[in-house]
Design a protein around this ligand. Structure first.
Ligand code: GLA
Length: 706
């Protein structure tokens, strides 16, 4: 048996993969389990008898579920074109697996089918594993690949699925289902990551933030993906994950190969929070990881498409005065773009609005000591644009008919080198025209009938996704100082693929703080809070019309990458003063908030949320008690904080500019206003009692080890 990785590599939990030892010339090794360490310790190398499958489901081995590899070979023989060859390979292992401390590679081939498979497993910093298959065509005839998925087994008690529903302005809402015989399949066909995933967790029923054995699987990819959890009477349940390929997207001629995206697997014995923290730990090792996120003012909700220098100067002055560090000019600065019906594709500054280009504004912002950011939507084109009028062949479409418009726009075919170069060079010119420190890279429609006219309308989402990565990488290389944000109508392109290339995600176009509490909570399942753009909106939300206090809005934003999305010309002097206090608090605490272990507490009262951050050395924690709505009772809640130093004593104080109401004082001598010091064990087992509070209010508590 191989247990990979053999040692814990640090991180909240280490995910381990146990495989039967591969035998040269034998079948692909069976997977005995994917579990959190210390599982598989003490097996003594026993080859556990099992019914399980390999990392690739093979029909030929007697598995009657959706196969891991689907596709076939097209052969030309004297009787004409013959489809359906090599459709049921059975791979046999070649040689010994190659294993290092953090990687394992197994090679296999099927001589009959003339296909070779390489499976690579890597241990990620933080404890997760990532796995990918690479398929190579050894035969002379083309192999039409329909799908290639990595399979990870579940144990027989892991029978509850948690994944996400989601839409524009309501990204990533959890939903649970029980696993039954048959298939649960999630296809993400949007052509971009989507508002709801791609992520699935499967665990013992009722698993929660801190309880239950759970396996989380997610493809690190920004195009189409598929997740399936299935079982039948003969084959135990498992999760399969891969890229969702459209007809003809991957055709391998002799010697060509295709690799799946990395499939990231994270196991936990203690619910979803350790999974989340494993991923955050990995993200914090990435070269692009943002160590310190500046406070942003994004002017989208303040001015929309109405750009003029005087307004922006006024906003910039006020922003600088309250401590904002970066001003972002959103949609509306380029050719024809006075509303959302025109201009996409014409990436040059519109002299009608900006007669001297963007330089005067960029310079003004820099003189105030702030950075300057700019919005682009590079993969899109409006029919009302010079780009479209000159090059209708640059639009993605499957036939002679253009796809239906979404937000008045079509998708630019980046797989067409001319279209690619047009955007690349146009963006380059703008980025060279003045000092631009940050780009908000948007993507505001799904890919419908996304064929490439270069190839007669053949589907091209796979190639478009690669072209997007290439365009972003080329621009990153040309402008190494620019910081890039991934946005897609809000949080439609948040995934473990693009995260290696960017510094920030725009998490949602929903800036209503109450909704944001939930969206942020579940985005954090995959993404560390410092990546999550969280902006303070105007008092009455533009999306919901609900009105909240500034303290509620600000205390929601400070946990993420804080910003403002509000016409602060309308803010009173008192509000500006308070904003400044929150910004000051954020600056003093962001280093802590963005380096610690995130905790989300399991509470009995659905009207209350609690979450926070614990320092890696457990010397401090900051917690938020969020009263979302009216509680149905007066019993209050107990905040039990896991993972503090059990024997150490902690002192609790309120923190943040907002002072809790007087009625909260003196309620609990061990609570934030009492003087008693309590141990980590007490805080984990008994917890701090917080009474019922007014809806739409937040209290921040600082726990300091004494
Ligand atoms: C998308 C983004 C918004 C804003 C608009 C501009 O909806 O998510 O933040 O940039 O586009 O058109």
């Amino acid at each position: 048996m191989i247990v990979f990785p053999g040692n814990d590599l640090g991180g909240p939990e280490t995910t381990r993969l146990a495989l039967a030892s591969p035998r040269p010339g034998g079948d692909l090794p069976k997977v005995l389990g994917v579990q959190a360490a210390p599982c598989f310790d003490g097996c003594g190398g026993a080859e556990v008898a099992n019914l399980n499958t390999s990392l690739l489901l093979e029909h030929a081995t007697g598995v009657y579920l959706h196969p891991g590899l689907t596709g076939h070979r097209i052969a030309q023989d004297p009787e004409g074109i013959q489809a359906g060859r090599s459709w049921s390979p059975r791979f046999l292992v070649e040689g010994q697996p190659e294993q290092t401390d953090n990687s394992l590679t197994i090679k296999a081939r099927d001589e009959d089918a003339q296909l070779a498979l390489e499976t690579r497993v890597e241990a990620m910093a933080g404890g997760s594993l990532r796995i990918r298959h690479t398929l190579r065509n050894l035969g002379a005839d083309s192999f039409l690949l329909e799908g290639l998925e990595v399979r990870l087994p579940l144990d027989d008690q892991q029978t509850q699925i948690l994944d996400f529903a989601g839409r524009h302005e309501r990204e990533r809402s959890p939903q649970r289902h029980d696993l039954v015989d048959g298939a649960w399949v999630r296809e993400f066909r949007w052509g971009r990551t989507g508002f709801e995933g791609p992520v699935v967790m499967v665990g013992i029923p009722g698993f929660n933030f801190y309880h239950g054995r759970v396996l989380c699987v997610q493809p690190a990819w920004s195009g189409n993906t598929v997740l399936r959890v299935d079982r039948n009477s003969a084959t135990p349940a498992g999760v399969s994950a891969g890229e969702l390929l459209l007809p003809g997207e991957v055709v391998l001629s002799q010697g060509q190969e295709y690799s799946t995206p990395w499939i990231v697997a994270t196991a936990s014995d203690h619910g979803m929070d350790p999974i989340m923290n494993s991923l955050h730990a990995w993200e914090r090792t990435l070269p692009e990881h943002p160590r310190e996120q500046p406070v942003i003012l994004n002017v989208w909700e303040a001015i929309g498409f109405k750009h003029d220098f005087d307004t922006l100067r006024d906003l910039a002055d006020r922003a600088a005065r309250i401590g904002v560090e970066r001003l972002v000019l959103d949609d509306g600065w380029f050719h024809l773009r006075r509303d959302d019906t025109a201009g996409l594709g014409d990436w040059w500054v519109d002299p009608a609005v900006w007669p001297q280009g963007l330089k005067p504004l960029a310079n003004y912002v820099h003189k105030l000591g702030m950075q300057f950011g700019l919005w682009f939507e590079p993969e899109m084109i409006n029919p009302n644009s010079d780009a479209f009028r000159d090059h209708p062949e640059w639009v993605m479409r499957a036939s002679s008919r253009n796809p239906e418009l979404q937000r008045n726009q079509l998708v630019l075919d980046l797989t067409n080198p001319q279209a690619f170069n047009h955007v690349l060079e146009a963006m380059t010119k703008v980025l060279e025209s003045c000092q631009i420190d940050y780009v908000k890279w948007d993507h505001n429609r799904d890919l419908l009938e996304a064929g490439s006219q270069v190839h007669g309308g053949a589907p091209a989402i796979h190639e478009q996704t690669l072209a997007y990565y290439r365009l972003l990488d080329t621009l990153r290389a040309r402008f190494p100082k620019v910081e890039w944000e991934s946005c897609a109508s809000g949080g439609g392109r948040i995934d473990l693929g693009v995260i290696e290339k960017i510094r920030r995600f725009w998490n949602s176009d929903m800036t209503d703080a109450l909704s944001r509490q939930l969206i942020q909570r579940w985005t954090e399942q995959t993404v560390a809070p410092e990546y999550i753009g969280a902006h303070i909106s105007q008092p009455s939300s533009q999306q919901t019309g609900r009105t909240y206090s500034l303290d509620f809005r600000a205390a929601t934003a400070v946990f993420g990458s804080m910003g403002i999305e509000w016409d602060i010309r309308q803010a009173s002097e008192k509000d500006l003063e308070r904003l400044k206090e929150w910004i000051t608090w954020y600056k003093a605490n962001r280093g802590f908030l963005h380096s610690g272990r995130v905790v989300r507490l399991d509470l009995a009262d659905p009207s209350v949320l609690a979450h926070g951050v614990v320092a890696p050395d457990r010397s401090r924690a900051i917690l938020a008690h969020v009263q979302l709505d009216e509680s149905l009772h007066n019993r209050g809640v107990y905040l039990r904080i896991p993972g503090l130093d059990p024997k150490a004593r902690y002192r609790l104080v309120w923190t943040g500019p907002a002072k809790p109401r007087a009625s909260l004082e003196h309620l609990d001598p061990t609570g934030p206003l009492g003087t008693a010091e309590v141990t980590g064990t007490y805080l984990e087992r008994v917890g701090i009692r917080i009474p019922r509070c007014q809806p739409e209010t937040i209290r921040l508590i600082d726990l300091v080890r004494v």
